[in-house]
Design a binder for this molecule. Structure first.
Ligand SMILES: Cc1cc2nc3c(=O)[nH]c(=O)nc-3n(C[C@H](O)[C@H](O)[C@H](O)COP(=O)(O)OP(=O)(O)OC[C@H]3O[C@@H](n4cnc5c(N)ncnc54)[C@H](O)[C@@H]3O)c2cc1C
Length: 590
């Protein structure tokens, strides 16, 4: 075995948008971050200027002053030929449509009395919130208003007011989700939770922590480190704990510690009528009542706004070893991941990258990793146990054509390696900086993973698009990043076709269309096929009971807002039928 080391990158910034946009726009020289920093300084009070200062008023804010009914939602042209502003990039075929009602003046007055200065009508700020930072999905409209509540009570008052006036709500966390989750196709109110980021209480002896939803997992781990504790879920850098609950996310450590579903003890949630519900006690187990915690986790803001979370924590491992190994094919690599899990070793991470993804990592980070299918492992425990696991897996790898088995024990080197892995998605844009990425997220029973990756890889390699493979291989969860030129419709359709191929293959293997990224606006079309009509009907009943006016993220999970009442599932079903009949290419809009 050969020990290796990595130089520490200092380029990583904490805000996910910064990193993503840097990769995406480095080739064009555009600098879209100016407006982001402006919002941040406004919220923190750093600039000292109110969002309502006259100098800061945008054209749409002025419109607000002049009209009694507000129409601030100018995104893309709609049927009435209203003003044309930004939106998708030329093609409208992946734009989510929506129905937009002008905001009643009374409602905006109410909202302003609740939020005071923490409310923005600024066009750029609304546009920024209406455009996902990490996905290609676009919507016809953008939010009419962005609010930044400072307390649970404020959230409740905002939601109550929205419910009274039947105004759509989109909760907003770190905006790292990748299925168009934070779009506001019907306009309405974007509730940005970033001002609610306190650690409310830490119980070291119980190994749990109570936090507000806007805190990021990385910030939380910085806070916990001196106590020898950490929170083991690691989705996109910049993701918030509230958004992570809402998407039921996981990450590279889920193979050891489970997903968000397994790591939340209880929640507080503001329901559509403004009621604040606590879903359980702080006890680790409870058999009392329906499991409302698990109902809310993964509900993607469609059932309520999460305002407080109690999380299970883990001890920072005494010792760890990170290892890497190359293989001639991705199937060999996947076979080793499966054999490792079958050996009974409790790896804490096992990640697979194909040769294209390694090339992207090399280009983006100035690295020189062998451009071959690669497995990355982390072993934890005592020093002796970590090394023993490393040796066992080295043997397994050798039996499956593994070469160049290397490992790291130095703390900085290990941190650097996982950082590079975590940013692998953004690294892809180093290959095609002006392209968009379609990211697949299928997950299958572990025994099926090698076959799924092998058949998918054949399709991906045959495509003219650049496609990379990244897998949380110990969980049977694998992603492809498919890069396409958003100005070339045929390329987007080709990406859709590949995505659909993998979803259909995974479903045949009793898998899922989304292992961890969630449904958003992008995966709705697969739900009926995966879950069955009875399942969807049950979800519809839950949604109608908790949100009778269909105001909570009305477009996610297939809701729609034409008229005031809830209209759910028929649309995704129709969409899926169209997919089936018309050769599997269709608009994501409905
Ligand atoms: C580079 C990169 C790597 C990634 N890696 C992973 C990975 O390994 N594993 C993984 O699972 N995901 C991964 N993701 C996806 C993403 O980080 C997760 O989906 C994350 O959980 C989203 O959190 P967020 O705070 O950014 O949520 P947002 O994007 O802000 O919102 C997501 C959804 O949650 C809702 N929401 C947000 N806050 C609340 C709230 N307080 N109450 C109710 N609803 C709310 C929103 O309305 C929206 O529907 C990655 C993303 C990127 C960009």
């Amino acid at each position: 075995m050969v020990a290796f080391s990595f130089s520490v990158l200092s380029r990583l910034r904490t805000r996910t948008q910064s990193i993503y946009i840097r990769f995406k726009h480095s080739a064009t020289g555009r600098s879209p971050l100016n407006s982001v920093s402006k919002f941040e300084s406004q919220r923190s009070g750093g600039g000292g200027s109110s969002v309502f200062s006259v100098a800061a008023l945008s054209a749409s804010s002025l419109a607000f002053l002049l009209q009694s009914n507000l129409s601030l939602c100018d995104g893309l042209p709609d049927d009435s030929g209203r003003s044309i502003r930004v939106g998708g990039k030329g093609s409208s075929s992946y734009v989510v449509k929506g129905s937009h009602k002008d905001l009643p003046r009374e409602f905006v007055d109410e909202l302003r009395s609740i939020c005071q200065d923490n409310l923005s009508l600024d066009y750029e700020e609304r546009e920024f919130h209406g455009k996902p930072q990490n996905s290609f999905h676009r919507a016809l409209n953008i939010p009419d208003v962005v609010v930044y509540p400072r307390s649970e009570m404020e959230v409740s008052d905002i939601v109550k007011s929205c419910n009274k006036h039947k105004i759509p709500i989109v909760p907003y966390g770190g905006s790292t989700s990748i299925e168009g989750h934070t779009l506001a196709p019907n306009g309405g109110v974007c509730i940005d939770m970033s001002s609610l980021k306190k650690v409310k209480s830490l119980h070291v002896k119980d190994m749990d922590v109570v936090v507000e939803p806007g805190i990021g997992w990385m910030e939380l781990n910085d806070y916990l480190e001196p106590y020898g504790l950490f929170f083991p879920l690691d989705p996109g850098p910049g993701a918030s704990i509230g958004g992570m609950c809402a998407t039921r996310c996981s990450g590279s450590l889920a193979v050891r510690y489970g997903t968000m579903r397994d790591n939340v003890i209880n929640l507080k949630v503001v329901l559509a009528n403004g009621d604040v519900v606590k879903t359980g006690s702080r006890a680790r187990k409870s058999a009392a009542g329906y499991d409302l915690t698990r109902l809310m986790i993964g509900s993607e803001g469609t059932l309520g706004v999460i305002t407080e979370i109690t999380l299970k924590l883990q001890k920072i491992p005494q010792y760890s070893v990170v290892a890497m190994c190359n293989f001639p094919t991705v199937k060999d690599a996947a076979d080793v991941a499966i054999a490792t899990m079958m050996s009974g070793i409790q790896v804490s991470r096992v990640e697979l990258l194909d040769e294209v993804q390694v090339r992207a990592v090399n280009i983006a980070n100035g690295k020189n990793f062998p451009e071959l299918p690669t497995l990355m492992f982390e072993f934890i425990g005592t020093e002796a146990y970590s090394r023993e696991q490393t040796h066992i897996v080295q043997k397994i790898a050798a039996e499956h054509n593994g070469t160049d088995f290397v490992f790291a024990e130095d703390a900085a080197a290990k941190r650097e390696l996982w950082k590079v892995r975590k940013e692998a998605l953004w690294a892809c844009f180093a290959m095609e900086p002006t392209f968009e990425a379609m990211i697949t997220d299928v997950c299958v029973p572990l025994s099926q993973l090698a076959e799924l990756i092998a058949v998918s890889k054949k399709e991906l390699d045959a495509s003219r698009l650049v496609c990379t493979v990244i897998a949380h291989a110990g969980d049977g969860n694998f992603h492809t990043v498919i890069l396409f030129d958003p100005n070339q419709e045929d390329q987007r359709l080709e990406a859709e076709k590949l995505n659909n191929f993998m979803v259909q293959t995974a479903l045949k293997m009793e898998g899922t269309c989304t292992g961890e990224h969630g449904v958003g606006t992008g995966k709705v079309k697969y739900l009926e096929q995966e879950l069955g009509i009875e399942n969807l009907r049950t979800m519809k009943k839950i949604k109608a009971a908790l949100d009778p006016n269909n105001i909570m993220n009305p477009d996610l999970y297939g809701g729609t807002r034409s008229g005031n009442g809830p209209r759910l599932w028929p649309w995704p079903i129709l969409m899926w039928s169209c997919t089936y009949v018309f050769g599997q290419h269709l608009e994501l809009a409905w």
